[in-house]
Design a protein around this ligand. Sequence first.
Ligand code: C2E
Ligand code: CA
Ligand code: CA
Ligand code: CA
Length: 278
Amino acid sequence: SKKLGRNTYSLFTPDMGEGVSRRLLLEEQMRGGLGRDEFSLNYQPKIDLRNNRVTGVEALVRWENEELGKVSPDEFISVAEHSGLIVELGQFVIFEALRSMKAWADSGFEISVAINLSPRQFHDLNLIPFIKNTIQTFKVDPTLIELEITEGVLMSGHRFITDALQSLNEMGIKLAMDDFGTGFSSLSYLRKYSFDTLKIDRSFIADLMEDEEDRALVDAIISMAHSLGLDVVAEGVETIDQVDYLTLQGCEYAQGFLKGRPMTFNALTKSLEGERRL
Ligand code: C2E
Ligand code: CA
Ligand code: CA
Ligand code: CA
């Protein structure tokens, strides 16, 4: 570590240094990258298992930095959350997603668009006005917008979160509980807030055909969701056997590499056009 002079101590010890400096580098590059158009959105199709058609997409942010190359969202989203950059990045995601939605609607594709929201974004007083304004800018149908949140958002129980969810609800925006099953108190949240959709985390889907316990859990989650009036999306669906099983259990939607990887706006538009010709 650097010598900072007499009686001056470096903030970082050598063993925490590497992780910290990587995060600092990411933060610095993200700050610049937001102004350099380094971020973009991919869209992953969500399939209605009842008719095998694309009914919606999930917007997933991508980052390709001039120095670092492609960085995984699992890495940079966490840095963005801790640094507060997620607010600006999140606004970019909302804006871009609604812009795409508008383009699809203009081409006659009435598909829903799911957008991930981090807990930190709810601390931004401008979140709801920003969403409202962007809906007005693009004149998109708010009932086709779905916001995906994890229970981390709800854990604090802050009044402003309840209020924000209520406002979104009044605007007609749909709410999905993401990564369901990975926390421990999601059940009570499903009762307390007005969710429309439950997304079963892909860790439950991965070994579905091999693991009897996973099947029992998935069955239970689906029937519980249905008794609460929620639609179910299975994440990380990679095989036909999984599709068949989930369809039989009454799961409404599947998302995963089998039916479509996250892809660019152009690639997704092409695949919608291909489907229309069927
Ligand atoms: P997530 O919300 O659970 O998104 C689904 C992730 O699963 C995506 O990873 C997607 O590429 C991956 N996936 C989809 N189908 C399959 C499959 O069949 N098999 C496997 N193994 N994986 C599959 P991705 O794009 O790397 O995103 C990772 C996480 O980063 C997301 O998890 C989400 O938590 C976060 N994220 C991505 N975009 C955004 C964003 O715009 N805003 C926020 N706040 N978070 C985002
Ligand atoms: Ca998600
Ligand atoms: Ca998820
Ligand atoms: Ca996840």
